[in-house]
Ligand binder design. Structure first.
Ligand SMILES: Nc1nc2c([nH]c(=O)n2[C@@H]2O[C@H](COP(=O)(O)OP(=O)(O)OP(=O)(O)O)[C@@H](O)[C@H]2O)c(=O)[nH]1
Length: 144
């Protein structure tokens, strides 16, 4: 049986948000654990890299876009059967370019996210995103 390290692997995850609140999700490609599950784009932080730099690199590699601004939003830790991960979620409303599928994944813009299956550690985020959208509608301005 594979041994899961006690120390988590840091993962940078970006939630691209359009002015209407829609967010971009991608489907994990064949060959990766949880292939076919939906997730927010991102990937593992490399040694010596800061989280936002990792996020920018992953978005260039996966989607061909330059993330120019983002705010740290929340951090979630999860132990899978394949890995122990610490997910650093950023919300970004500012990027250059149009997302393209450079690694062959499906992508979808969603309001209230209705895609399934979703990576287990990402599921709680959907309710938090709905709360954020609701609070922003009440205040008529972005909160993060
Ligand atoms: N990108 C992303 N990863 C997530 C999310 N939720 C979640 O549990 N993860 C987990 O975070 C880890 C990300 O690793 P990855 O394999 O996609 O990273 P990577 O692109 O650097 O892959 P690589 O190892 O092939 O280079 C996986 O264990 C994945 O299950 C999410 O919403 N987005």
């Amino acid at each position: 049986m594979q041994e899961i390290p006690a120390r988590p692997i840091d993962v940078a995850v970006g939630i691209l948000m359009r002015p209407n609140g829609d967010v971009l999700l991608g489907q994990r490609p064949a060959g990766k654990p949880y292939a076919g599950y939906w997730e927010f784009p991102g990937g593992k932080v490399e040694a010596g890299e800061d989280i936002f730099a990792a996020l920018q690199r992953e978005f260039v590699e996966e989607l061909g876009i330059e993330v120019v601004g983002g705010a740290p939003w929340c951090c979630v830790e999860h132990v899978y059967e394949h890995a122990h991960v610490r997910l650093h979620f950023y919300i970004s409303r500012h990027w250059r370019g149009e997302p393209q599928s450079l690694e062959g994944q499906a992508f979808a813009w969603q309001g209230t996210v209705g895609l399934t299956p979703l990576l287990p550690a990402t599921v709680p985020l959907l309710a938090w995103l709905d709360q954020l959208r609701h609070a922003e509608q009440e205040s008529s301005q972005p909160i993060c």
